[in-house]
Design a protein around this ligand. Sequence first.
Ligand code: RTP
Length: 150
Amino acid sequence: MSSERSFIMIKPDGVQRNLVSEIIGRFERRGYKLCGLKMVQPTRQLAESHYADLSERPFFGDLCTFLSSSPVVAMVWAGADVVKQGRTMIGATDPLKSAPGTIRGDLALVTGKNVIHGSDSCENAEKEIALWFKDGEVCNYEQVTAPWIY
Ligand code: RTP
């Protein structure tokens, strides 16, 4: 099993709309391994750090206000090609441009409330995991092996 990891976050709108199990289920059914999970209401500072790359964009303030407005579910998922595959499962930033079958394409309509975040590179995934999780909060474990579990 690959040790590649991605930081996946159900944003405030996904939590408020009771989409947590729907989203977790998609990653579980795909075959990915859940290694970290917590609900947290991000501080403004954490939201700004998470989206620091977008600090010059006009929507940055509203984005950070939204992210820190209500709890999120922060997760670490591991498995083969999880960063790229996770982004494919999530869909395009604008839900109206997301294919049916993707999380945003099935569950969202508005760019500013697009339900979920997924890391866009392995390097950023590790940075985001370090930003959101303390040492000891992410589990590194082997799943029970059987030919049909990979
Ligand atoms: P995310 O980081 O949340 O996974 O989203 P993403 O990679 O698909 O898109 P990104 O460009 O990183 O933008 C981060 C989030 O900012 C909001 N956004 N609003 N008003 C706008 O034009 C606009 N553009 C982006 C979205 O919520 C997007 O997910």
